[in-house]
Ligand binder design. Structure first.
Ligand code: NAD
Ligand code: MG
Length: 359
């Protein structure tokens, strides 16, 4: 079992990573001062695969699990379904000592964290992430949210989990495309923080794509460590945490303009990382060779690196200027100046943006 700690004073917690550890969750929960009532939040697909393992482990240790399923998909990460979960908890007598368990990908993790943050002014929750993206990104760091018709993740809070319990065996059932998409975020950590990690990913490409468990545990641990370090230094994104948004300014514009249907998140972010690195190179920060390395690693892992041919550039610039990361209409971005080193809070002009998108 690999272990790391997210240091946030009294809100600190552990991230544990292993294979085949889902059936041990009940035993682990005995260490927490929580009530016997726990709610397992999931969707029918994931519950079918792993629900029974979790509930029987909980029952074995004397917990009383109550299951709430919501439909599968980003579409259901909204206020209505959060409200639905809250209603079910109230009807079943959940109180301030009760704990929620998110079993699933980022959608389940985000909505469960959000409900935990507002139910009776806040109750504990635990993350059991089952997608690579959730294991290396959304389950760690305490950002919770649901979507509003006018914008993604527009309703949310900072609410840290009490534990993140990662079983890499769950990745065996994850569709290949979802797995590769999650790798984009893993590669992102190398680019923003750790050149050695970047090289390790590059060298172990075959093993990673074969989903060899040892290497998966190793890279998930390193990715979580980097996220934990960044979040510990800047929990609420006043400065440093923004480096985690690398690739996301252009990536989000791609997702928005393609109606969230052509690309998975990691795929859009992969393209975004390439173009934001190009921007850095145009501005004279990033050397040509590093730009090529970034492009190559993404391409070699099977991720897209080019904007779709039919992209409307002026619509894209408009969308980028509306990004919620901008402050007072000024376009602020982060980008790499070397592999493992980021420039943050850099103001860029519309002209530079046009140049890079037209390249
Ligand atoms: P997801 O939760 O929709 O999961 C992707 C698909 O895989 C779903 O159909 C799901 O049912 C299925 N699935 C999950 N685990 C599986 C498994 N082990 N085997 C088979 N199928 C499985 O998508 P995601 O990529 O995990 O998460 C995306 C969400 O995460 C977005 O809503 C995004 O906003 C959010 N997010 C949040 C943060 C944060 O810091 N809170 C960070 C990044 C992303
Ligand atoms: Mg992301």
């Amino acid at each position: 079992m690999e272990k790391l700690r997210v240091e946030l004073g009294e809100r600190s917690y552990e991230v544990l990573i292993d294979r085949g550890n889902i059936p041990l969750i009940g035993e682990r929960l005995l260490r927490f001062s929580i009530g016997k009532k726990v709610a397992l939040i999931s969707n029918p697909k994931i519950f079918e695969l792993y629900g029974e393992k979790v509930t029987s482990s909980l029952k074995k240790e004397g917990f009383d699990p109550y299951v709430v399923l919501i439909p599968d998909g980003e579409l259901y990460k909204d206020y209505f379904w959060a409200y639905h979960i809250i209603t079910r908890l109230l009807e079943s007598g959940f109180d301030r000592k009760s704990c929620l368990i998110a079993l699933g990908g980022g959608v389940i993790g985000d909505i469960t964290g959000f409900v935990a943050s507002i139910y009776m002014r806040g109750i504990p929750y635990i993350q059991i992430p089952t997608t690579l993206l959730a294991q290396v990104d959304s389950s760690v760091g305490g950002k919770t949210a649901v979507n509003h018709p006018l914008g993604k993740n527009m309703i949310g809070s900072f609410w840290q989990p009490s534990l993140v319990w990662i079983d890499v065996d769950t990745l065996d059932t994850l569709p290949e495309r979802e797995f590769i998409s999650g790798l984009a975020e893993v590669i992102k950590y190398g680019i923003i923080w750790d050149n050695e990690f970047f090289e390790l990913l590059d060298k172990n490409k075959e093993k990673i794509l074969r989903k060899e468990k040892e290497i998966l545990i190793q890279i998930i641990k390193r990715a979580c460590e980097i996220k934990a370090e960044v979040v510990s230094k800047d929990e609420r994104e006043s400065s440093l945490r923004a480096i985690l948004n690398y690739g996301h300014t252009i990536g989000h514009a791609i997702e928005t303009l393609t109606g969230y249907s052509s690309y998975l998140h990691g795929e859009a972010i992969s393209i975004g990382m390439v173009y934001e690195a190009k921007l850095s190179s145009i501005l004279g920060f990033l050397d040509r060779e590093s730009l090529e390395r970034i492009k190559n690693i993404l391409k070699n892992f099977g991720l897209p690196i080019n904007l779709p041919l039919n992209m409307d550039f002026s619509a894209m610039i408009k969308t980028i200027l509306l990004d919620k990361k901008n402050i007072e209409g000024k376009l602020r971005m982060v980008f790499p100046e070397a592999i493992g080193k980021m420039k943050i809070n850099f103001e860029i002009s519309e002209e530079d943006l046009k140049k890079v998108l037209n390249e």
